[in-house]
Design a protein around this ligand. Structure first.
Ligand code: ATP
Ligand code: MG
Length: 238
């Protein structure tokens, strides 16, 4: 996959093109996601759980891209997968999959709609998407409300895997509010963006919150000049 990273003009999220894996994707990228998937599956089965969240320390490091691609990768195993956009501040999953976001998670928690009327079923085979919905004034309160917990409990039986996309931990604490609903966090690190200090901070925040890190996914361009000029994506799972 050869992708230019775009010019300096600040783009609206809906204008940004996020690369999702498909039959046309480079073998190495698809395989990296498969490797990450296997590791996450092992971690989840150890806890007999099926829910995890994807986060990172700062904004724009690739959380939505990684959660979307992990959701696709999991769905390709003939497992029912639900991807929920829990980023109620700068949601992006609806842009990645090009689905409506007139209503979604925030509206369900606010008792305005029910799950069935806003979930996008089979966006890809076996993959359902629940977009963020209307951006609320109080995202943190919604994410730690009993209504959200109840929603997750009712969905638990319907899916084999549930993945949460979340806002960056270094900016807002929303992701950590989800820790009791999930097996743990997959943390995205972006080459030449995430610093050593960021990694230390995220590990410290997770420890303080008594939250579990399932693993790290490193994304970004290679340092090799020739390849980085072409804007190669690559992924590594630790
Ligand atoms: N591996 C990668 N290499 C280069 N660019 C990438 C990579 N992954 C994602 N991007 C690009 O980086 C931008 C931000 O990605 P994305 O929206 O997934 O980040 P995010 O962490 O979810 O951001 P936010 O904190 O705003 O929610 C997008 O334009 C995306 O296409
Ligand atoms: Mg995002």
């Amino acid at each position: 996959m050869k992708i230019k990273l775009g010019k300096n003009r600040r783009k609206d999220k809906s204008e940004m093109k996020t690369e999702t894996i498909s039959e046309k994707s480079k073998f190495a990228i698809v395989e990296s996601y498969k490797a990450a998937r296997s590791n996450i599956m092992f971690s989840l089965s150890a806890d007999d759980d099926k829910i995890f969240a994807v986060t990172s320390y700062s904004k724009g490091e690739g959380k939505s891209t990684v959660s979307a691609n992990l959701a696709i990768s999991f769905s390709k195993m003939e497992k029912r997968v639900l991807l929920i956009d829990c980023d109620l501040r700068r949601p992006n999953i609806h842009n990645v999959f090009k689905v409506e976001n007139a209503a979604g998670l925030s509206n369900i928690i606010g008792k305005m709609v029910d799950f069935d009327s806003v979930v996008h079923r089979d966006v890809l085979p076996n993959l359902d998407i629940l977009p963020s919905g209307t951006i609320p004034p109080n995202p943190s309160e919604l994410l730690c409300s009993p209504r959200f917990e109840n929603l997750v409990k009712t969905l638990y039986e319907d899916y084999d895997y549930i993945i949460f996309d979340t806002p960056p931990i270094g900016v807002v604490a929303d992701a950590l509010l989800l820790k009791d609903l999930i097996a743990g966090f997959v943390v995205v690190l972006r080459e030449r963006s995430t610093t050593h200090g960021d990694v230390q901070n995220i590990i410290e925040s997770m420890k303080l919150a008594d939250a579990k890190i399932l693993g790290f996914i490193k994304v970004g361009c290679t340092s090799n000049k020739k390849r980085s000029r072409k804007g190669y994506y690559y992924y590594q799972y630790y």
